[in-house]
Design a protein. Structure first.
Lengths: 115, 115
DNA sequence: CTAGGCGTTCGAGTGGACTCCAACGCAAGT
DNA sequence: ACTTGCGTTGGAGTCCACTCGAACGCCTAG
């Protein structure tokens, strides 16, 4: 089952309370349900866009409690702000990279033509 | 002088060879030149878009040597690939966040109206 | 019955990127 | 002269997010 995270990390996430205790089969092995996978995918996306594990824990606590909608909203909105800022920074960096790459290409081509 | 990095980190960057030895004034203090700042800004941008310090070191070595254009190009292109991928992931996450936020807003509003 | 292989547990270890600290130097203000 | 305050150094320490290891359980194949 690929979710973009190693088994080790998955187990670790469970240990630190990011995941509710995953149900075990008769043999003691984890049986991930639909909802588990859904939740894990959300976590992976939050994590891969730079949310700290600590903040994911805070969010997880709120979700588990079933209440704290306002706080959850605040967390998500803050993260959205961060992601948006990162997006802008990345776009800028991308432009810069394109320029540099172009200039290297030009330099290389010029050197080739001198041969 | 704000470049998006602490003094500590700046000194550390110098120590680990990311920066050439910065010129010191008569009093022993660093005097950053135009080119230094330029270079630092590039580093900050690469770093903030997820390039590892190690890779920045590799790049710095190549730049310092003055040669290795092909390798530099490869490094930059690889990073561009990574940044593009991250951009896509972030955009996806952003959409997801927007949805979640909307749904929280709806839930909150509905609850308010019940009062 | 044994061996192999996978999954389990929790504590410990790792790697990356800072971040801090103590000791010191120098220059200006009182 | 003395304190304040900033900057310098290199080593050490911290924080984060994994990642690994050792001991164990359970099933299946031989």
């Amino acid at each position: 089952m690929k979710v973009g995270i190693t088994e080790h990390t998955l187990r670790w996430y469970e240990r630190i309370g990011l995941l509710d205790r995953i149900e075990r089969g008769a043999d003691g092995r984890r049986r991930f349900g639909e909802r588990d996978i859904e939740w894990i995918l959300l976590l992976v996306r939050l994590r891969s866009t730079g949310m700290s594990v600590r903040d994911m824990q805070r969010y997880a606590v709120l979700v588990r409690s079933g209440a704290g909608e306002a706080e959850r909203l605040a967390l998500l909105e803050e993260h959205r702000r961060v992601v948006r800022a990162a997006l802008v920074a990345q776009q800028e960096c991308l432009d810069l990279l394109d320029n540099k790459i172009r200039s290297y290409r030009r330099a290389t081509r010029a050197a080739d033509e001198e041969q």
